[in-house]
Design a protein around this ligand. Structure first.
Ligand code: UDP
Length: 326
């Protein structure tokens, strides 16, 4: 069976990717520092604890497992925090990825599926963001990821490193069997915070600004079901295996929903109410991020069939009821 090294495999998206890889006949080896991940989430293949900044540990893991490809999820991903602690993002995300790339090349592994972000596009009002849109990130998280994309381009030229780069829009939902799901400490993401507010697990949700230039004044995002997202990653491994070469794909549905619309659907799906108040804008937030999503559909054959808000919230709610990890 082909081995894929999954950095961040103990995290939210990485753990779902391991499940999808195993189902597709691969052996997913998780490499994770457990700083934000959960050992309990490693259920679908071997686990190697380690930090991307530890080059010797990376070399050891490459020598032991000899992966054919890497899926690279390990990263810090909080927009707000990145504005306060940019060094943490440049070090962990960007310098960590440089270490990983150099370890891959030293081991002769030349294929990476990379988890990038729509935050690399920045705040481009009224533009549908496709893969050719300008990349003008407005927060350190987005900048740290854009820099990794640039590194991948350079190492493609110098060393023949091939990559499929996925620029995610907002990811939500959970595995339908609730074996794995979203659990961040602290939690900063909208859907789990709404669910916590509905069942009284924490106080009210604070809506970060309702004075944006959108119909109801709250920010608009394009939400993708995590299982659809990881299906695309498995297709990405196949794309590279088939020799199709480096390519960038957006992963979004092309439909945008405001914070208030997400709250309304969550109230309908759960039968609860979302206690909330409205606070100031969060630094680094873009008004609207909606994907031009044709390329992944036409070239990769990706269909985000589970990505309705109802389905994502229903699956997230089922996971929420398990109590999560820890
Ligand atoms: N959001 C909010 N209150 C919260 C958390 C998030 O109003 O407590 C908003 C946030 O401003 C953004 C959207 O919900 O417009 C999605 O934020 P999230 O942090 O989930 O993902 P991001 O878009 O930052 O990747």
């Amino acid at each position: 069976m082909t081995t894929v090294l999954v950095t961040g495999g103990a995290g939210y998206i990485g753990s779902h990717a391991c499940k999808a890889l195993k189902a597709a006949g691969f052996t997913p080896v998780t490499f994770d520092s457990l700083v934000t991940g959960w050992e309990e989430a490693v259920k679908f293949g071997p686990f190697e604890k380690g930090d991307l900044l530890d080059r010797a540990r990376l070399d050891e893991v490459f020598a032991k497992h000899k992966p054919a490809a890497v899926m690279h999820f390990a990263a810090l991903s909080q927009v707000g925090e990145s504005m306060q602690l940019p060094g943490k993002y440049w070090r962990n995300n960007t310098a960590g990825s440089l270490n990983l790339i150099e370890a891959m090349l030293a081991a002769g592994c030349k294929q990476m599926v990379f988890s990038s972000t729509c935050a690399t596009y920045g705040d481009q009002d009224n533009v549908v963001l496709d893969e050719n849109s300008l990349q003008m990130p407005i927060n350190s998280y987005g900048k740290s990821k854009r820099a990794i994309e640039e590194m991948l381009e350079d190492f493609a030229v110098s060393d023949g490193l091939e990559s499929v780069i996925f620029r995610y829009f907002n990811v939500a939902g959970a595995d339908e069997e609730a074996e794995v799901g979203e659990h961040h400490v602290p939690e900063t993401h909208l859907v789990p915070l709404i669910l916590d507010a509905i069942d009284g697990k924490r106080g009210k949700l604070t809506v970060f600004g309702d004075d944006y230039g959108t119909p109801d004044g709250t920010c608009i995002r394009d939400y993708v079901h995590v299982m659809d997202l990881v299906d695309a990653h498995v297709l990405g491994v196949g794309w590279l295996k088939d020799g199709k070469g480096s390519r960038v794909f957006n992963l979004g549905t092309g439909d945008g929903f405001s914070v208030r619309e997400v709250m309304d659907v969550a109230a309908q799906v759960t039968g609860g109410e979302v206690p909330h108040d409205v606070g100031p804008r969060r630094a680094g937030d873009c008004t609207k991020l909606v994907s031009g999503s044709e390329r992944a559909k036409t070239e990769l054959g990706w269909t985000p069939e589970r990505s309705t808000l109802e389905r994502m919230i229903k699956d997230a709610w089922r996971w929420h009821k398990t109590g999560g990890y820890g």
